[in-house]
Design a protein around this ligand. Structure first.
Ligand code: 6PG
Length: 459
């Protein structure tokens, strides 16, 4: 296949460099004149720039793969223009963060012109794009067979195995990517909450927190996100001031987390820690209010209390609960007749290059290989194997924060999610009876067989 790339922003340009480094010839088009003149000044060896879409399609002769690395809102317009120039059997691959439903729509449109489509989730940011990202693909099987070698060549490797996977029908690659991003939000918020509690409750300073996180990197709970946070914690600017004390707390988001929540709502799947993380981002515009509060200000002594608590296990517990929620969402999406995910493939795609990568995933995979399915028993066994006797200190860690008015929505929701499934309670029963009382909704006995008709159902 001959390769053309449209969009040379930070992702597109670095993907182009990566593809070129694997000895493919790449033509590219970028509509932004500032980026273009920059590229003319700082030439990239073997990257052939064209001045219009038409010229790109003259230079890249059929059979061709045209890769799009564009902001989500530009993809449709470019595809509509491309249709005029493409030939049957050409392939359009959308490498941006697109909504999976849009990928399904685009696949139908392009197929009606006999053009093949691939929706490709790419993770790892611009650095990953250049050195090897994780790649999640859905769309035409025929197109995948023709281009597999390109995606496998450029993707990150884990023990020589490519972190690159074809998941099936159109939309599946972008669906896995949006769940990846939802989990990414939950893990980021979880680490930030742990760090904040270590500081505000346990009195650890930035260097001490960085050290705690660095120590975890030596264990099986290590992860890319923890690694970058261990660096961020005590990084300073040129004035010897912590970036942490300088940066605006309002959190950005590109919408992929919201898409994950919408999909979960449509499927009737609970993903509370992902929801809390997205919600924290939306609420972060209010983070600047600093009202005086009169909480119990008694802090723990870091030297005794904190050392008793295994931060590694707290991190692992939270990662495991959030990952489980995401995997469960992917698993449940198989209810839709257009998806057919195999969970092993998700671990393969996330094994290297992506934001979720880390050794903690190997522990989760190990347990999945034993259980072979995503169900509550799998989560229960996973925590039992990897955090034996740790639940007490995980609870204590969360309570210590709540007692002092320190916010920890993701840590709390992970624990609440776990307890919802594995502790003894009668919440479902009460709500069913409430429904029956005021709405006369039919309710069943514990076995789900016989109807129960309490006295209030007789009007
Ligand atoms: C990845 C990331 C990436 C994400 C950006 C911005 O896997 O490489 O998920 O695709 O889109 O980092 O995300 P937010 O702006 O939503 O934080």
């Amino acid at each position: 296949m001959n390769i053309g790339i449209i969009g040379l922003g930070s992702m597109g340009l670095n993907l182009a460099k990566n593809i070129i480094s694997k000895k493919y010839k790449v033509y590219a088009y970028e509509e932004n004149s500032v980026t273009n003149s920059d590229l003319k000044k700082n030439k990239v060896k073997d990257l052939f720039l064209t001045t219009s879409l038409k010229e790109l399609l003259i230079k890249v002769i059929s059979p061709r793969i045209i890769m799009l690395s564009l902001p989500a809102e530009k993809v449709d317009a470019v595809i509509n223009e491309l249709i005029n120039f493409l030939e049957p059997e050409d392939i359009v691959a959308d490498l941006g963060n697109s909504l999976y439903l849009k990928s399904i729509e685009r696949d139908t449109l392009l197929n009606s012109h006999k053009i093949n489509f691939l929706g490709v989730g790419v993770s790892g940011g611009p650095r990953g794009a250049k050195n090897g990202p994780a790649i999640m693909v859905g769309g035409s099987k025929e197109a995948w067979n023709k281009t597999k070698h390109i995606f496998e060549d450029i993707s990150a490797k884990n023990d020589n195995q490519s972190a690159c996977c074809f998941f099936g029908s159109a939309g599946s690659g972008h669906f896995v990517k949006l769940v990846h991003n939802g989990i990414e939000y939950a893990l980021m918020e979880g680490i930030a909450e742990v760090s904040n509690i270590l500081n505000k409750v346990y009195n650890l300073n930035n260097d001490e927190i960085a050290k705690k996180f660095k120590d975890i990197l030596k264990t099986n709970s290590s992860s890319f996100l923890l690694k970058i946070t261990s660096e961020i914690m005590n990084a300073k600017n040129d004035n010897d001031q912590y970036f942490l004390d300088e940066v605006d707390p309002v959190i950005g988001q590109n919408g992929t987390g919201v898409w994950a929540i919408k999909a979960a709502l449509d499927l009737g799947v609970g993903i509370p820690s992902i929801y809390e993380a997205v919600s924290a981002r939306s609420n972060s515009k209010n983070f600047k209010y600093n009202f005086e509060q009169n909480f119990n200000n008694k802090k723990y002594n870091p030297n005794d209390k904190c050392n008793e608590i295994s931060i590694e296990k707290i991190i692992f517990f939270n990662f495991a609960c959030s990952i489980y929620q995401g995997l469960n969402l992917i698993n449940e999406s198989n209810k839709w007749n257009f998806f057919d995910f195999k969970i092993e493939d998700i671990f393969k795609a996330w094994s290297a290059g992506c934001i979720l990568q880390g050794r903690y995933l190997d522990l989760i995979l190990k347990e999945f290989i034993i259980r072979k399915k995503i169900d509550p028993q799998f989560l229960y066994d996973l925590i039992k194997t990897n955090c034996p006797d740790q639940l007490k200190s995980i609870r204590e860690f969360n309570s210590s924060a709540i007692n002092m008015g320190i916010t920890c929505p993701v840590l709390s929701s992970n624990l609440a999610y776990y307890d919802q499934m594995f502790s003894n309670h009668k919440i479902g029963e009460i709500i069913q009876l409430q429904r029956s009382f005021f709405g006369l909704h039919p309710i069943k006995d514990k076995e789900g067989k016989n109807n129960i008709t309490p006295y209030w159902t007789k009007l």
